[in-house]
Design a protein around this ligand. Sequence first.
Ligand code: HSE
Length: 431
Amino acid sequence: MQPLRIGLCGLGTVAQGVLAVLKKNQQSIDARAGREIRVARVASRTARPELDLLGAQFSTELNDVIEASDVDVVVEMIGGEDAALKLVRRSLELGKPVVTANKAIIAAHGNELLALASSRQTTIGFEATVAGGIPIIASLMRALAGNEIQWLAGIINGTSNYILTAMAESGQAFDTALAEAQRLGYAEADPTLDVEGIDAAHKLTIMAALAFGIGFRFADVYTEGINAVSVEDIEYARQLGYQVKHLGIGRISDAGVELRVHPTLVPQQQLLASVNGVMNAILVNGNAAGDTLYYGAGAGALPTASAVIADLIDIARGLSLPPIATSEGETRILSIEDVECGYFLKIPSLDKPGVFAKVATILSDQKISIEAAIQKEQAIHAESQHAWVPIIILTQRVREGVMNQALEAVQQLPEVVGEITRLRVEQFVDA
Ligand code: HSE
């Protein structure tokens, strides 16, 4: 068999990881691929003479790699959006398979890129776009292909999970935990994509496209980050038997598909609640396999390289993508108002008789059932103008639109002296 000749575009952390793993595991990789996987060309804006390019020819021009007749497959590792998108499009137009770790372009342009790959009878590998070293794409595309996937829920942003874990374990405030994550290299200098949930929304979009056959619908994902979660919320959640985790959740029902990313209370006994630090995990519910859980490193040079090389081996073996819908079809994406879940409410209230009863009456008028409540004496914040207490309530499942109406009424009570905090709760026991 002829070798599979790779054109590597970019020499950042993940690209260096790809070179390192190809070098370290060359023999077994080639054996599994059934032929040699050889890095033929590398392009990067800056030369990196200190790196071992495994004998590849170097250029500072991306076109020297994409257009080269001795490159069979293009590995896009330049990051960013516009230039990467152009590079991927051009490679596919030339009929060359592409492997990428770029979740932003797959989430936002997956429909176009997969359709383009198919029209040119080529393929695009994107295992590395979701959760680094966890083989979730292959699992959804192949290993779980006999199932109807009913729902999936994942801790798919390591930075957010690191920050929430630090807040829960050592009581650090959000800003302190974020600064520590930046110091350790887990969070970017500009942490917006991570802490505002956009990175997780990219990954959820990709998983949902495979799980539910609804195309890549990034614009339809309801997205909240972790920046409004407080240490106090996490502590109250813990007292009620829950951990606060930032989840990407997809669920299909007769009503439509839910696509949402937000902080979520997860029961402490649920395995996802024990996924801490920068680790990622995805729980998938299929109608044959039941619940399966995938855990591992969601980022980093070697875990991400592991995913990239798996795609290269598939391409070397002539495996292309299974059929994946690239249009939206008929399926409705539910608005967040139509989604049903439990709620954790923190209602800052004057410490007067009858306030809890008023809140309970409003909830009951909307047929919202209270599951648990806390109101502790020591929680009184006596330093404020009036003595007030946070009333903490956990509710049973209710449609968000109904909860919004109830909360509007509660917020207007004269005894409610500050903004109500609302976090969603998932039990993962209903399917
Ligand atoms: N920044 C991401 C995270 C890793 O914190 O999980 C790359 O998607």
